[in-house]
Design a protein around this ligand. Structure first.
Ligand code: ATP
Ligand code: PRP
Length: 235
């Protein structure tokens, strides 16, 4: 046994966090190319376990809600994971480092309002009520424009808020724009473009060689995918 394999054997298994919802399908092939293939039970809908081994054996994969991916990694309970840049920016955890844009999970964070406009509060144009899952990004965005936004935190179905008079505007993710259109809303401003990133815990990156190796594998794959897409465009 070499000194490095001794320390490797003694180190606790690495934990990699993934969001359980819509990013997952796109993330799985990226993870597989980086040597993280979940064991078959991961794909079994009846399975109640939340933590899974990998075919490659060296890492455990946990499946949690998107916002919780950032929290597990920031606190070092998981050393790395995949999450949208919307979540990274909303938390702005200093312990998180997001070294690789994975080129998946593209959408945007936008302001939307009813198609026919909305009279917020007559005589008080500098005070908006906004329903959102992203209160930090939302207040920052409106603050920069000198508007005080009162954020009502919702966890989903934001589009209902203006329809039912809960708020004048919403800040939510938009991809095709279908959900907005079907609920009588229009996108008025784009706050930020969003894509999924590899995130790592900064301390783990400094102290655990395996985390740096993981970053390298994801980075090399993202570069290869980028080159492939450039060639496709040129053809
Ligand atoms: P939740 O906590 O809402 O249940 P989740 O754990 O199911 O979320 P996912 O659905 O896997 O999480 O991921 C949500 C992420 O998907 C968003 O943070 C965003 O980065 C990305 N995303 C990409 N396209 C869209 C879209 N059209 N709508 C919402 N999120 C999108
Ligand atoms: C997301 C987002 C919008 C919708 C945008 O919701 O919150 O509602 O997708 O996509 P579109 O522009 O292509 O219509 P999701 O389906 O993830 O459900 P949620 O409301 O539970 O977050």
């Amino acid at each position: 046994m070499t000194p490095s394999s001794i320390s490797q054997a003694a180190a606790p298994i690495l934990t990699f966090a993934v969001p359980k919802g819509r990013i997952l399908a796109e993330a799985l092939p990226v993870m597989a190319r980086a040597g993280l293939t979940p064991e078959p039970a991961f794909h079994d809908k009846a399975e109640r376990a939340l933590s899974f081994g990998t075919v490659e054996g060296a890492t455990r994969i946990i499946r949690v809600r998107a916002f919780d991916v950032a929290t597990f990694v920031a606190f070092g309970a998981a050393q790395a994971g995949i999450v949208g840049s919307d979540v990274i920016e909303e938390f702005a955890y200093s312990e998180l480092y997001a070294p690789v844009d994975l080129g998946i999970g593209h959408c945007r964070l936008s302001v939307a309002e009813p198609r026919e406009g909305y009279a917020d509060r007559p005589g008080n144009a500098s005070h908006y009520r906004v329903a959102t899952k992203y209160p930090n990004l939302t207040s920052r965005w409106f603050e920069r424009q000198g508007i005080q936004a009162e954020c009502v935190k919702l966890n989903g179905a934001m589009e209902l808020a203006p329809l039912l008079g809960l708020s004048g505007r919403i800040v939510d993710l938009v991809d095709t724009g279908r959900t907005l259109a079907e609920n009588g809303l229009v996108e008025t401003e784009v706050i930020m473009p969003v894509s999924a990133r590899l995130i790592v815990n900064r301390a783990a990156l400094k102290t655990d060689r395996r985390v740096a190796e993981l970053v390298d594998r994801f980075r090399r794959d993202a570069e290869r995918q980028g080159e492939g897409q450039a060639e496709d465009r040129a053809a």
